[in-house]
Design a binder for this molecule. Structure first.
Ligand code: PEP
Ligand code: MG
Length: 756
């Protein structure tokens, strides 16, 4: 039997069961038999949510005595995990899963493989459907799809039978009526307050089994046409100018709308006997599962775009067209969604949209680029978000502190309002500092530059009054593109950046991709896959091997900087020869352009990043060849402490203000002081006031930091007497206090220097 035919056979049998006059328990018993037989699985079980617990309602293969006896809390065991996270599990070895829980009454110890899908009703899990085999194997896509289809049918049965009462399914507990603090990952910084609005009122699917497959196919075709028209229109009307990242984002999005593979998958779901709506939903469920399995943030982002489109298609085909955007926002809004596509976000009224909370989302997601361009704070990865928030709840979003308060008590709301007002006043004060130069109290000029990576970041240069771009992360263009950015696209970006910067210097860092900033089109061979990406085949190591990549970038930078100065910085230099080799690539390109009689940069300054501790030992060799050296404290400190910078468990463990880091930085300053090399720091550390104070005390006179930190750091510089802090730091380094952070803070407090 073909996959479509077997799916159709399951569906026909399920349809017969549903239409029969059997009582509900009888139907469930029959369903586990049908699935068990068709998938040839030793076990098939249905768990349903009753009184807040998942109860085993029907099984084929487990002990019958366990039926209505085995109960799991949400999040408990594999079934509890599936229901809690609303996700599919496909495991060759169930016992190896961290959430595996053995219940002796079920007699399931002999089964190894496990697949389970959630039964979802109104976006909440009301149960799970699972199969198990003795044989340890992963399940085929068609098997998972059969389970997903069955789960959809079961959801309908459960709702019609009133088997799980709606309040229980909605699970309105104290957590959903009292104040609640949510935490997540800051995707776009900012503070905002508004009422919760759900992006998508759920599309209800009334019919799952098709009566006329051909008619369903025509409905999907028509919906595809309409969706493509909408996307084309949106792409043509995007307001953020031409050639920016947003255009790239929308083009990728458009590519998906026209993706034949996707249309084919929906078509084959229709072949299996589903209605158009059910077919789209099933393909979407499958996509969702894939997305969770993929550990590649870039691919995951692309999948989000696809899901955004699937939602749109579902709404068109079902005639349930409204998102909250089409209905219009009537009040200050914090938008709630599992995820959003870039185009969906663009549909909202910017005056009313104050913030966004997402259950998923990642820093490099397209929607985040759009949100940043719109100036809307976003908190992502908020677990259980849609279970806790109700439509209309007041939400205080503090993306700066990676948290949000739902249904705040009155004093909390007042406190927050005061904080927002203070933050606005502070911002206004920093704006006033925009044209004020950061001279220290003793009259020394400190360079306060900003970090950037996208065209959208550039307006911040004028807004903050930063002294230039101390780190332009060129890899961002590579990260937001679906394909390798061609040389002319790179040239255009670099030229635009230099045009916007005017007389202010820009330090372009050559691509730091590879490792954790993997791009799908530049994968290492399987044998070279890094187990430890931060220390792996990345940055200059990769660029020197893929010389074509560095050559293209060198040409793009040299051509973009024709007639003006160019600053080039190489990342992750570990030994001096790597700097020489990278510089040679640029010099070769320069010779070539000269021969071609092309316009050249007025002056080229080459520099390196100090991120690998080993480089500190050979600065006497390298420093004489450098125009500038920039300490990347993000990477440097992770290597010094052997503590992964991306591991949240270690995030608080080691302090930037530790004596070892201070002594290490001090040695770098001392080792370079005798050379005419411009030394700076471009890691996040320099954007925090107390840390910046320490860096100034070590003799650092150039900081490159995120735009939001420029104002606060300028203010700090103006309050500090540099010789005084240098003396204090020398004392601390010589005779370390028990806690350097407290000691520095006390030093600053005594002088009324604000460091929070
Ligand atoms: C650093 O490592 O400190 C740095 C500035 O580079 P990135 O954060 O891009 O790795
Ligand atoms: Mg780095």
């Amino acid at each position: 039997m073909t996959a479509a035919a077997s799916a159709r056979s399951i569906l026909t049998q399920l349809h017969e069961v549903m239409a029969s006059r059997m009582h509900v328990q009888g139907k469930l018993d029959r369903v586990v038999e049908i699935i068990g037989e068709t998938l040839d699985s030793e076990v098939c079980s249905i768990y349903l949510l009753r009184d807040g617990m998942l109860e085993l309602f029907a099984t084929r293969g487990l002990n019958q005595a366990a039926v209505h006896v085995t109960r799991l809390a949400m999040g408990e065991g594999l079934s509890g995990t599936i229901a809690d996270r609303i996700e599919t599990l496909n495991l060759a070895e169930a016992k190896a899963h961290p959430d595996f829980l053995y219940r002796p009454e079920t007699g399931e110890e002999k089964f190894n493989s496990f697949a389970g899908v959630p039964i979802v009703h109104r976006e909440r899990a009301v149960g799970t459907l699972c199969v198990q085999h003795v044989d340890p194997r992963r399940y085929e896509d068609v098997e998972i799809e059969a389970l997903q289809t069955t789960a959809m049918v079961l959801s309908e049965l459960i709702a019609n039978a009133g088997l799980v009462d709606d309040e229980a399914a909605r699970g309105l507990t104290v957590e959903q009526t009292g104040p609640a603090l949510l935490t997540g990952l800051t995707l776009v910084k900012g503070v905002a307050c508004g009422d919760a609005v759900f992006h998508q009122p759920r599309v209800t699917i009334d019919q799952i089994v098709a009566e006329d497959t051909e008619a369903e196919r025509q409905r999907v075709y028509r919906a595809f046409d309409r969706m493509r028209e909408q996307i084309d229109k949106m792409t043509a009307q995007a307001e953020f100018g031409v050639g920016g990242e947003l255009e790239e984002v929308l083009q990728t999005y458009r590519m998906f709308a026209y993706d034949e593979g996707w249309a084919r998958r929906i078509n084959s779901a229709i072949d299996s006997g589903l209605t158009a709506e059910a077919a789209i939903e099933r393909v979407q469920q499958h996509t969702r599962m894939r997305m969770r399995e993929i550990d590649d943030p870039l691919l995951a982002n692309r999948m989000h775009d696809l899901e955004d489109l699937a939602n749109r298609l579902l709404r068109i085909v079902s005639g349930q067209l409204g998102t909250a955007a089409t209905q219009g926002l009537r009040r200050d809004t914090i938008l709630i969604a599992r995820n959003l596509g870039p185009a969906e976000l663009l549909e909202y009224d910017r005056r009313r949209l104050k913030g966004v909370l997402l259950e998923e989302g990642s820093l490099t997601a397209h929607v985040v680029i759009v949100a940043r361009a719109m100036g809307v704070p976003v908190l992502g990865r908020v677990r259980g978000l849609r279970g806790v928030v109700n439509d209309g709840d007041t939400i205080l979003l503090d993306a700066d502190r990676a948290s949000a308060t739902v249904r705040p008590a009155q004093p909390m709301a007042e406190d927050f309002a005061a904080r927002m007002a203070a933050s606005r006043r502070k911002q206004a004060a920093y704006v006033e500092l925009r044209d004020v130069e950061p001279f220290s109290r003793d009259g020394q000029r400190v360079q306060v530059m900003m970090n950037a990576g996208l065209r959208d970041d550039m307006p911040s240069l004028a807004l903050t009054g930063a002294d230039g771009i101390g780190l332009f992360r060129t890899e961002f263009q590579f990260l937001v593109s679906a394909t390798l950015p061609q040389r002319d696209r790179q040239t255009r970006l670099y030229r635009d950046v230099l045009d916007t910067a005017g007389d202010k210097p820009v330090i372009f860092r050559t691509v730091d991709i590879g490792g954790d900033k993997a791009v799908p089109y530049l994968r290492p061979g399987a044998a070279e896959l890094d187990e430890n990406p931060a220390m792996g085949w990345r940055a200059l190591r990769l660029a020197l091997e893929r010389e074509g990549l560095l050559k293209a970038q060198a040409r793009a930078l040299l051509e973009a900087a024709a007639g003006r100065p160019l600053n080039v910085m190489f990342p992750m230099v570990s030994e001096p020869w790597e700097f020489d080799a990278a510089k040679a690539v640029f010099e070769d390109q320069l010779r070539f352009l000269r021969l071609q009689k092309k316009a050249l940069p007025d002056q080229i300054r080459y520099g390196a990043m100090l991120e690998v501790p080993a480089l500190a030992e050979v600065l006497d060799q390298l420093a004489p060849r450098l125009s500038f050296l920039s300490i990347g404290t993000n990477d440097l400190t992770q290597f010094l402490f052997a503590a992964d910078r991306a591991n949240p468990k270690l995030a608080e463990r080691y302090d930037w203000l530790s004596i070892s880091i201070m002594r290490f930085l001090n040695r770098i300053v001392k080792a370079t002081v005798r050379y005419p090399v411009d030394l700076g720091v471009c890691g996040e550390m320099g954007g925090r006031r107390l840390e910046a104070l320490a860096l100034l005390g070590l003799g650092i006179r150039r900081l490159s930091i995120s735009p939001a930190s420029v104002g606060p750091i300028k203010e700090l510089v103006r309050k500090v007497d540099l010789p005084e802090i240098e003396e204090a730091m020398a004392g601390f380094i010589h005779s370390p206090p028990a806690d350097l952070r407290s000691a520095l803070k006390a030093w600053a407090d005594e002088r009324e220097i604000e460091t929070d």
